[in-house]
Ligand binder design. Structure first.
Ligand SMILES: O=P(O)(O)OC[C@H]1O[C@@H](O)[C@H](O)[C@@H](O)[C@@H]1O
Length: 241
């Protein structure tokens, strides 16, 4: 009824783009922060070989989506052959977070109705629920979406820093989630909208990896290649299985 193999007793949900519509809030905040940096860099003349074109949707999906904040900055800059010091990396990360928090304060957080239906069905069926997100804003986003009460344990961007875990696409944060829930990875399902997160689920040998394609185009195929067992466009598509 939940569309999962029989051995699955725990669901490990990514947050932004899986339970809430905040993936687009993140990507827009990143676009603003990176574009401000790129424009200033171009005005300063840049360095030979740097690619200072504006930040594009593809850049977000390939280098930032699903990864901890500082990994996102470093990954994108490296893809453009831009070398800066740690202070500059942190300044971009800080600018992005300011943008993100401003949008959150203005617009609040929306949960996907299909995800809320799935969470309710999961809870009724006795599936245990944790959230595994790279975001340091995970607790605030869950709370603003009214989803905190569904979640038994949360691994977030702060856990990743405090416990020195490797960020997605490494499996560490999901493995920590399974450990907190007291189950083997084979008994847990990973729910992800980012390629990096699907890769993390595959690398951790989880019992089932669900890709949620929120963007279209080649994303579903890329998720299957990255190791998703199934790809759906909304969580409640699993309920009819
Ligand atoms: O900057 P935060 O809130 O700590 O979030 C880090 C990352 O968290 C992930 O959940 C998002 O997919 C990324 O877009 C985001 O950059």
């Amino acid at each position: 009824m939940l569309g999962l193999p029989a051995q699955i007793t725990v669901a490990l949900f990514d947050l932004d783009g899986v339970l809430t519509t905040t993936a687009t809030v993140h990507s827009e905040a990143w676009r603003r922060a990176f574009d401000a940096f790129l424009v200033a860099r171009a005005a300063d003349g840049g360095a030979p070989g740097e690619d200072l074109r504006p930040f594009a949707d593809r850049d977000y999906l390939d280098h930032v989506d699903g990864r901890p904040r500082l990994d996102g900055v470093r990954g994108f800059l490296a893809s453009r052959s831009i070398v800066v010091d740690d202070a500059a990396v942190e300044a971009i990360a800080e600018a992005k977070n300011t943008e993100f928090l401003a949008t959150l304060a203005r617009d609040g957080v929306t949960a996907y109705p299909g995800s809320v239906r799935y969470l309710n069905a999961a809870r009724e069926a006795g599936l245990r629920i944790a959230v595994v997100t790279s975001s340091k804003n995970g607790a605030a986003v869950l709370e603003a979406a009214g989803l905190t009460s569904f979640v038994e344990h949360r691994v977030d961007g702060n856990t990743i820093v405090d416990e020195q875990l490797r960020g997605k696409p490494a499996p560490d944060s999901y493995l920590r989630g399974a450990e907190l829930m007291g189950v083997a990875p084979t008994e847990a399902a990973v729910f992800e909208d980012a390629i990096s997160g699907v890769q993390a689920g595959a690398a951790g040998h989880f019992g089932y990896v669900v890709g949620i394609d929120r963007v279209g185009g080649p994303q579903a195929e890329n998720m299957a290649t990255a190791g998703a067992d199934v790809v759906v466009t909304d969580l409640d598509a699993l309920l009819s299985h």
